[in-house]
Design a protein around this ligand. Structure first.
Ligand SMILES: NC(=O)C1=CN([C@@H]2O[C@H](COP(=O)(O)OP(=O)(O)OC[C@H]3O[C@@H](n4cnc5c(N)ncnc54)[C@H](O)[C@@H]3O)[C@@H](O)[C@H]2O)C=CC1
Ligand SMILES: O=C(O)CCC(=O)C(=O)O
Length: 424
């Protein structure tokens, strides 16, 4: 039988198939009970919604969206909402499964969920986006709540969108209930430190990986695919906290390269003004394929799924691959990178800073006591370093790659909760 690498494919692999293969692999290594595994292979609940939105030209457009609650054995469901033209139910299922494993790896008392709307936010006016955000919440709101399911931002959703959603949900409840959503603006109960939390958690992982590998990162190079919330803050913090040089970045409109390092402030201002990093003065353009295969110390995929697959895994030259994106590497590519001695920090760990600070936001909203930024950073550092240590121990104990090691930690914790609750 041909494996996925042997077949001539140009289409993306189904992300939910990938999520299940990752689960099956980890489950077989620890001999997970078949009934537990069967439960973990399915979302516990999912909602498909049609979302009517009045457009600026007076027409009504029916958008389609989803909220998938994968598993809440360890606590309320948690996970972002993505607005993207290529969104599918299977992408949302995979992202919800990965949220479940991520909260378990970080040992925060939450489950996993994800939401998505099929739309092109770049082609919508602010008014249309607001009406879409409110209409989505009217449809899925009955599933949400601080004790049930707490969304957050993801690709192409922002703190402003979270604010509209929190407001709509509050109207539905008849009182302010901002704790239903995290990643909110500070003025509405957001947490200090949530903006750069995903990148900050990833930078802590890169720092610890380099320490383990004996690499001094000062002056070393990084390339970042995806220049949004996660990628742009990773650029800033890689320079500020690790002393690295970010030589290449890309977004959906193109990539740029400067061997002397790209300047963060000038680049983010340029992107804000022009809508893309492409054409940034002083840089040359490069394709995403070329960016991923650059000879850099650290490669940071920070865009979408399936960036590193059997098509390019043999050409990756970075020593460390730090997955800020969810699901950027396919299982075949995982194997190839592992065999080639490339140190991969899996998404479940690498991008968990975001949900960890979202959890801190929930705690602050519940208690009404707001933390200083320094406390957020300190608690994030503690949670991340503890998780890094646990995943490393698991990799050594089972002699597996880091993703499988993280999956083992996660499914053991979720399985324990399910057993204690009498689900299996
Ligand atoms: N925002 C958060 O707190 C978290 C985000 N993530 C993951 O990080 C990744 C990025 O999310 P955000 O930064 O929040 O989204 P964002 O919407 O702020 O930015 C996404 C960026 O990716 C770029 N992009 C899209 N398609 C691309 C392509 N084909 N090639 C290169 N760049 C492309 C966009 O132009 C944009 O710059 C996603 O996988 C998301 O699920 C994971 C954990 C938390
Ligand atoms: O902050 C959160 O609750 C979730 C962030 C997210 O969607 C993710 O980690 O993929």
């Amino acid at each position: 039988m041909l494996d996925a690498c042997s077949t001539a494919r140009s289409a993306k692999e189904n992300p939910f198939d990938i999520a299940r293969r990752q689960l099956d692999d980890a489950a077989s290594i620890i001999g997970l009970d078949a009934e537990v595994l069967e439960l973990l292979r399915w979302p516990m609940r999912e909602m498909h919604v049609t979302i009517p939105v009045k457009m600026d030209d007076g027409s009504v457009h029916a958008f389609h969206g989803f909220r998938v609650q994968y598993n809440d054995a360890r606590g309320p469901n948690k996970g972002g909402i993505r607005f993207h033209p290529d969104e599918t139910i299977d992408t949302v299922r995979a992202l919800a499964a990965w949220m479940t494993w991520k909260t378990a790896v970080l040992d925060i008392p939450l489950g996993g969920a994800k939401g998505g709307v099929i739309c092109n936010p770049k082609a919508m006016s602010p008014g249309e986006l607001e009406r879409l955000s409110r209409s989505y919440i009217r449809q899925v709101g009955r599933l949400l709540g601080l004790e049930k399911d707490v969304p957050a931002p993801d690709v192409y959703t922002t703190p402003q969108i979270m604010a509209w959603m929190a407001d709509e949900y509050s109207f539905m409840q008849g009182h302010n209930d901002f704790g239903v959503i995290t990643g909110k603006p500070l003025a509405l109960g957001g947490s200090l430190g949530r903006g750069d939390a995903t990148a900050r958690g990833g930078i802590i992982c890169i720092r610890e990986a380099a320490r383990m590998l004996g690499i001094d990162l000062t002056g070393k190079t990084a390339a970042i695919n995806g220049y949004g919330n996660a990628g742009a803050f990773a650029h800033k913090l890689a320079v500020e906290l690790l002393g690295m040089k970010v030589v290449a970045v890309s977004d959906s409109k193109g990539g740029i390269f400067n061997p002397d390092g790209l300047e963060h402030t000038a680049l983010t201002e340029y992107k804000k003004r022009t809508g893309s990093v492409a054409g940034f003065p002083g840089s040359t353009s490069l394709t995403d394929t070329a960016l991923l295969e650059l000879d850099v110390t650290v490669l940071i995929p920070a865009a979408l799924e399936d960036e590193i697959s059997c098509r390019n895994a043999r050409n990756i030259r970075a020593s460390i691959v730090a997955e800020l994106a969810n699901g950027p590497t396919t299982p075949e590519a995982d194997k190839i990178l592992h065999e080639r001695g490339i140190y991969l920090i899996p998404d479940l760990l690498c991008n968990a800073g975001g949900v960890t600070v979202s959890y801190f936001e929930m705690v602050q909203n519940s208690s009404g006591w707001y933390w200083e930024e320094e406390s957020v950073h300190r608690q994030l550092e503690k949670k991340m370093t503890a998780a890094i240590k646990t995943v490393h121990q698991s990799a050594v104990q089972y002699r597996v790659d880091n993703r499988t090691a993280a999956m083992i930690v996660a499914i053991r914790r979720v399985a324990e909760a399910m057993k204690l609750r009498g689900w299996v």
